[in-house]
Write a protein that binds this ligand. Structure first.
Ligand code: HEC
Length: 271
């Protein structure tokens, strides 16, 4: 039971993390605008900068959220493997920066204090650190460039793999190619490519193009004996089997209809 509670605690990371990011960035934007507004208005005699109470309150909540995010994140990251590293290091560094900002805030709040600018500087750096941490965290869960990918597609910047390969070398018909692209690829895109694609080729296999799927080195498909193909075996397993793809905890299993489609396509290759 304790282990489940710990797992639950770790996973709340994915919910909590949004608060400190938003709050600290808004707090920094508010304070920086307040600091430069008198300059823009060219006010002659300026008071030393003092934190505003509203933005300070936001910062305090951001600090609390950071403490919770860093602790839940560390728990979540225990079984996360080496991919977590950059995100983890940045998270810890940002946590320390936030604590330093908190101390600077307390000092800047004292009457007659001139520590306002130190606080302002630390607050801005913390906001940048927390934002960057969030960015790399997002790449962990969604893959690098998840957000900008549609733009790359729109601008035609994505690698064109599909057009490059040679039907003859792959030894397939135009019809097999078309049915792969029309029916099988969308299934893989939906359920597999986040782990077996350009961003993250788990086990060195990619499923985002027929050229990779049929690559003999990947050894996923047995044309002589389709039913023995690793690819078929991995998707057509009981849902709690440790070998099932997508892995049980990471996604819905393929539907019966999808499995039949993949199966049928592989079987048709030997016709
Ligand atoms: C959350 C990440 C993830 C998703 C999603 C995922 N896989 Fe995997 N896959 C892995 C990992 C990790 C391995 C290596 C460990 C293993 O073999 O179980 C793997 C291994 C495989 C292998 C074995 C390769 C070999 O060495 O023979 C096949 C085949 C495979 N996946 C197919 C798929 C298919 C098909 C889908 C989509 C229906 C899919 N995977 C979805 C992570 C994923």
């Amino acid at each position: 039971m304790l282990e489940h509670l710990i797992e639950f605690f770790g996973r709340t990371h994915l919910v909590v993390l949004h608060f400190p990011i938003a709050l600290v960035i808004v707090a920094a934007v508010v304070e920086v605008s307040r600091a430069i507004a008198p300059k823009i208005r060219r006010e002659p005699k300026r008071e030393p900068f003092r934190p505003s109470s509203a933005a300070s309150l936001m910062f305090v909540f951001a600090l609390l959220g950071t403490v919770v995010s860093v602790s839940t994140g560390l728990v979540l990251g225990f079984d996360g493997g080496q991919r977590v590293d950059l995100h983890r290091i940045l998270g810890i560094v940002s946590g320390v920066l936030m604590l330093m900002t908190g101390i600077a805030l307390v000092r800047a709040m004292r009457p007659q204090s001139r520590g306002g600018l130190v606080y302002l500087g630390l607050l801005s750096v913390s906001a940048a650190g927390v934002g960057l941490t969030g960015h790399f965290g997002g790449e962990l869960t969604h893959g690098a460039g998840f957000v900008t990918k549609p733009l790359e597609r729109m601008l035609g910047m994505e690698e064109a793999v599909i057009s490059e390969f040679d039907l003859e070398a792959l030894n397939i018909s135009q019809a097999s190619l078309d049915s792969f692209n029309d029916t099988i690829l969308p299934i893989f895109m939906n359920s597999c490519v986040e782990c077996h694609g350009p961003d993250d080729a788990e086990d060195d296999i990619r499923l985002d193009s027929i050229a990779y799927v049929l690559d003999p080195a990947a050894d996923m498909i047995r044309r002589d004996d389709p039913g023995m193909s690793e690819l078929v075996y991995r998707i057509d397993l009981p849902h709690d089997d440790p070998d099932i793809m997508p892995p049980e905890e990471d996604g819905e299993p393929l539907t019966r209809a999808e499995i039949e489609l993949v199966w049928g396509w592989i079987a048709s290759l030997s016709d």
